[in-house]
Design a protein around this ligand. Structure first.
Ligand SMILES: Nc1ncnc2c1ncn2[C@@H]1O[C@H](COP(=O)(O)OP(=O)(O)OP(=O)(O)O)[C@@H](O)[C@H]1O
Ligand SMILES: [Mg+2]
Length: 292
């Protein structure tokens, strides 16, 4: 069976013999010509600029060894990317480079957000402030007035399921609650790019599971671009739309997986387990290669 090649977009149909020639449209608008060359149809939208573009980035601290070598990675707007790799391979360094906390030795990084929000393993809350006070501090840094700060902090605490807990001091909060406050504080920065460095690594499995659900919900609702660093292969397969494996010494992209399993997923779902097993094999191989 042969199929005729599809006409290229914007191709014009030949007029039938004897038929009056169609009026020539000369569209000078963002609308492209239609097949009858009369009715304008919307032109294909250009691909949106990546939220984060890492282009041939290498990093070396002083005269030390090369930590990252020629790393290139685009993160699309609204995409959730997990970075995996052995300890010391340069994951945090890459995150810090995206955050602008350190400069690449060579290559370029561009981020669409003015200031990406950062969240670390330790919540680093100010102990003399309440949960709400910690969130309000980030709002204050954005120049938001006192009355609006209060309402907005309450809203953000609701987003992370801490409604009514804003008056608690840090020592009165559990580890999971502290990480939720830290997430609310990151969201208070109102950035479209959220960078997370092993934010749930210190939590027990059940609390981590609950926070995975919260984070997936917040990401879906707010269409954030997330770069999530983790050691935990299952966590990466549970959360990411894409999982990027970094190799060691020097750190570079070894492989990546696109994860098409629909959200909400659970850490036990068969697709997540199968992918995690495959990634773990590759990770072990990578670690073995470098142990030789
Ligand atoms: N400010 C710094 N000055 C010198 N060396 C550094 C600095 N920051 C990181 N390094 C080195 O860069 C390498 C990568 O460190 P990095 O913290 O990025 O690794 P990682 O992949 O995040 O590890 P982990 O999984 O243990 O958190 C390490 O060898 C580390 O010693
Ligand atoms: Mg790290």
């Amino acid at each position: 069976m042969s199929t005729a090649p599809a006409p290229a977009s914007g191709a014009q149909a030949a007029p039938e013999a004897g038929a009056p020639a169609p009026a020539r449209a000369t569209p000078r608008s963002p609308l492209g010509p239609s097949f009858d060359s009369v009715t304008p149809v919307p032109a294909a939208a250009p691909a949106p600029a990546p939220a984060v573009r890492i282009d041939g980035v290498s990093k070396r601290f002083g005269s030390g060894p090369v930590v990252l070598e020629d790393v290139s990675l685009d993160i699309a707007p609204g995409e959730f990317v997990c970075l995996l790799g052995a300890s010391g391979c340069g994951k945090s360094t890459l995150l810090n480079l995206i955050a602008g906390l350190t400069e690449p030795t060579s290559g370029r990084i561009s981020v669409t957000a003015d200031r990406p929000a950062l969240m670390f393993q330790e919540p680093a809350l100010l102990p003399w402030l309440t949960a709400a006070g910690n969130v309000e501090l980030a709002l204050r840094a954005r120049g938001i007035g006192r009355a609006e700060r209060r309402t907005e902090a309450e809203r953000l605490l609701r987003v992370v399921n801490l409604a009514g807990q804003g008056g608690k001091r840090v020592h009165e909060l559990s580890g999971g609650m502290r990480q939720r406050v830290a997430l609310a504080r990151s969201l208070a920065q109102d950035s479209s790019v959220l960078l997370m460095d092993e934010p749930f690594a210190a939590l027990d499995a059940i609390t981590r599971d609950v926070l995975h659900q919260e984070l997936t919900r917040v990401w879906t609702e707010q269409r954030l671009s997330v770069v999530f660093v983790t050691h935990n292969v299952r966590e990466a397969a549970r959360l990411g739309q894409r999982v990027v494996l970094l190799g060691s010494r020097p750190g570079r992209v070894v492989r990546e997986w696109r994860v098409d399993i629909p959200q909400p997923r659970t850490i036990e779902s068969p697709g997540v387990s199968a992918l995690a097993a495959e990634i773990t094999r590759e990770l072990h191989e990578e670690i073995r290669r470098h142990a030789q």
